[in-house]
Design a protein around this ligand. Structure first.
Ligand SMILES: CCCCC/C=C/C(=O)SCCNC(=O)CCNC(=O)[C@H](O)C(C)(C)COP(=O)(O)OP(=O)(O)OC[C@H]1O[C@@H](n2cnc3c(N)ncnc32)[C@H](O)[C@@H]1OP(=O)(O)O
Ligand SMILES: NC(=O)C1=CN([C@@H]2O[C@H](COP(=O)(O)OP(=O)(O)OC[C@H]3O[C@@H](n4cnc5c(N)ncnc54)[C@H](OP(=O)(O)O)[C@@H]3O)[C@@H](O)[C@H]2O)C=CC1
Length: 295
């Protein structure tokens, strides 16, 4: 362990999208360093199992709520429940996201909305609901958002995601200044590829759609990122050790975006038929996950 195992003792951290992938990895990392962790997602069973798995390792430190972050009233009520039943949050990780690859000319308004509202509205609603309480009660707080290197480069075929993540980057810089006087810090991380099941089903659904953005051999360091590496960065930003850092987005990608292959530009060669196959494969994965949703 790089950091002291109790360095987050006394911290209470909400991680949206904490039942799977990176969010679950972050929940495990923060709980293993002494924090109480609250995880959100739309599938009760997935959340319950993730919390139970981590709690078997660290003791009763992880709690869950089924919340759709696109629903402001649900977000406000769920943040209120944490405050009332456990105590004030000290940190928030805006990590939940939706995404899939698609030619932009073919995206339906609902497809655009599904991605943009989850990434942008969800992060704003959750940040505002925690931030308002911190300000009213004179408490410090730390917000860390999980962005992506497309905020620097853009990326074809994932345009709503690149746009919405850039908006959350703007929120990070803006509120860092507006809320600094309350002791509230906002920072973000911009990871390169850290393969997770759901993300790879959405971004890499067929062999034909496997391009630079999701390939380890395109990373100058020659490998994917490891969860503990991302965990250590997020831990630092959530901790009191980063008290003078605010408004920053830190890239963690082994040099990926500087070498250029971090986007989906390689999909320019996909035919209409290959796109239809990719869409069918991604939608089948979505439908399987949607059948498990509780909210
Ligand atoms: C350098 C490496 C970087 C990697 C960066 C990674 C970034 C990420 O963010 S990966 C995160 C991936 N994880 C997820 O997406 C998890 C959440 N996903 C979901 O909830 C679903 O998969 C969702 C994205 C499809 C959204 O679900 P929901 O809100 O329930 O939306 P609908 O199923 O009702 O669909 C809305 C709309 O979108 C159209 N659509 C869905 N999938 C596709 C697709 N693969 N291709 C084209 N269009 C799609 C769907 O047809 C609906 O539109 P209408 O048909 O017009 O109703
Ligand atoms: N994996 C990677 O290489 C990279 C990932 N990222 C970012 O990291 C974050 C995590 O991605 P990753 O772990 O890979 O992917 P996952 O799909 O595993 O994580 C997304 C999570 O968001 C939750 N979620 C989606 N929509 C909602 C909603 N409306 N309300 C509440 N929760 C929701 C999902 O749970 P449920 O479906 O149950 O609601 C899921 O747990 C994302 O922000 C992604 O953009 C950035 C760069 C690279």
């Amino acid at each position: 362990m790089l950091y002291d195992r109790n360095c987050l003792e006394g911290k209470r951290i909400l991680i949206t999208g904490g039942g799977t992938g990176i969010g679950k990895g972050l929940a495990r990392h923060m709980a293993a360093h002494g924090a109480q962790v609250h995880i959100w997602g739309r599938r009760a069973q997935v959340l319950e199992e993730a919390a139970a798995e981590i709690n078997r390792e660290v003791g009763e430190r992880v709690f869950w709520q089924a919340v759709d972050i696109r629903n402001y009233e649900a977000v406000d009520a769920a943040v209120g429940e944490i405050w009332d039943n456990y105590g004030p949050l000290t940190g928030l990780v805006n990590n939940a996201a939706a995404n899939f690859i698609a030619p932009t000319k073919d995206l339906s308004p609902r497809g655009y909305e599904a991605i943009a509202s989850t990434v942008m509205d969800g992060a704003f609603f959750t940040t505002q609901c925690a931030g308002r309480r911190w300000i009213e009660q004179g408490l410090k707080g730390s917000v860390v958002s999980t962005l992506v290197t497309w905020i620097w480069t853009g990326s074809p075929y994932v345009v709503p995601s690149a746009m919405a993540k850039a908006a959350v980057n703007a929120m990070t810089m803006s509120l860092a200044v507006e809320w600094a006087r309350y002791g509230i810090r906002l920072n973000a991380v911009a990871p390169g590829p850290f393969p997770t099941d759901y993300a790879w089903q959405m971004l890499n659904p067929t062999a034909d759609s496997s391009v630079g953005a999701t390939q380890a051999d395109q990373v100058p360091m020659g490998r994917f990122g490891e969860m503990s590496e991302l965990g250590n960065l997020v831990l630092l930003l959530l901790s009191d050790g980063a008290d003078y850092i605010t408004g920053e987005t830190i890239t963690i990608d082994g040099g990926h975006h500087l070498a250029a292959p971090s986007t989906f530009a390689g999909l320019n060669s996909m035919s209409d038929e290959q796109w239809a196959q990719a869409k069918a494969a991604a939608k089948a994965a979505s439908e399987k996950s949607k059948a498990q949703r509780s909210v």
